[in-house]
Design a protein around this ligand. Structure first.
Ligand code: WQD
Length: 337
């Protein structure tokens, strides 16, 4: 039985392929290389000793998706990462996001609903909660109207999956990520942001290595202890392992409902300044940064209540913020060599 990983050459996807292959799964990757490099396959092989099968397919092409499932007819599990994911870009170009993130999901589900059983793991995001009222955030926290087309595609995606699961043999797990950071300890794979990084940690490591002059801290007038915004930064390897646990849960029919939802975070909130201080500690370098205005659309605070993931899913993050930052820094140094 093969497992399809869409977006499997991307940041979280590639780390998940590593963990799947470490667990003995046969993996087929679909990736259109729009935000990844084919060299990532070699990195995966260097870590696991195995190359995943790879198909360079754009999931927006319904005929190619259909042909893929005719070729690989024994696929029963799918982990779906492939999507556009830049919040700011989604505001500028909403139709790119609706076409890519929604159409691709529909074409995949159309193929899976033909099967007499299918396990589907969906890459969702804590962004669906907007600014939650209560911290830490549980899976029952109300879904608030999305702050961006990107976030909206995650909310719509969850609804589509729930509707289809009701009338098909598809069982699904929705994984709502908090803030994925870091890189595989081997430094064979990691984050490869295209252009100027939107996210905090890659911007920090690129500043520390000298690629960026300084980091702009987007606001220190938030109602938080040090005035900077708080997030739940989770090591990408912890996140990857959670996908394997979720997949096995469905394959072994341990799921309690046709669609289950889990928040994936550490359960600990860290402010931007705390991340900077932690990075300076692990890298033994002073970081050049300045405080500027808030970024449009940012929320004050988000960190996960991990009880359901720990007790129902049976997964717990293992790495600390420092571990994750140290791995991100090691990776940055490696790729700039
Ligand atoms: C984290 C904190 C910024 C950059 C987004 C998406 C989420 C997921 C992860 C895709 C915030 C501050 C950042 C910088 C800064 N993406 N910051 N200077 O916005 O929490 O989440 O990325 O799946 O869905 O919403 O992550 O890393 O952009 O920001 O001060 O140069 O760092 O204001 O407080 P975010 P982020």
């Amino acid at each position: 039985m093969k497992i399809l990983v869409t977006g499997g050459l991307g940041f979280i996807g590639s780390h998940t392929v590593v963990e799947l292959q470490n667990e003995g799964f046969d993996v087929v990757v679909i990736d259109n290389l729009s935000n990844s490099s084919v060299d990532v396959i070699d990195g995966i092989e260097r870590i696991t000793g195995k190359k995943p099968l790879f198909e360079n397919i754009d999931l927006r092409d319904k005929n190619l998706v259909t042909a893929f499932f005719e070729k690989y007819h024994d696929i029963e599990g799918v982990i779906h990462f492939a999507a556009s994911k830049a919040v700011g870009e989604s505001v500028e170009n909403p139709l790119l996001y609706y076409e890519n993130n929604i159409n691709s999901l529909v074409y995949l589900l159309q193929q899976l609903q033909k099967k007499d059983k299918a396990s589907f793991i969906f890459s969702s995001s804590c962004t669906v909660y907007g600014q939650a009222e209560q911290m830490p955030i549980t899976e029952n926290a109300p879904i608030q109207s999305a702050m961006s087309p990107y976030g909206n595609t995650k909310q719509i995606g969850e609804e589509i999956i729930s509707d289809v699961a009701k009338v098909s043999n598809i069982n699904a797990v929705l994984l709502r990520y908090f803030n994925p950071i870091g890189a595989h300890p081997s430094t064979e794979i990691g984050e490869l942001p295209l252009g100027v990084p939107q996210n905090l940690v890659p911007f920090i490591t690129q500043t520390a290595i000298g690629l960026r002059a300084k980091l702009s801290v987007f606001g220190n007038d938030y109602p938080t202890p040090d005035g900077t915004a708080i997030r739940d930064y989770i090591h990408v390897v912890d996140l990857a392992k959670a996908h394997v646990v979720a997949l096995k849960r469905l394959l072994n029919k341990q799921n309690l409902e046709k669609v289950e939802t889990f928040n994936l975070g550490t359960g600990k909130g860290s402010s931007v300044l705390e991340v900077i201080n932690a990075f300076e500690k692990v890298s033994e370098r002073k970081l050049n940064y300045q405080i500027v205005e808030r970024r449009e659309g940012d929320i004050t605070e988000a960190y996960a209540n991990t009880v359901k993931a720990n007790e129902v899913l049976g997964w717990q993050s293992q790495f600390s913020l420092e571990d994750a930052l140290a791995s991100a820094w090691k990776w940055e140094q490696k790729i700039r060599k």
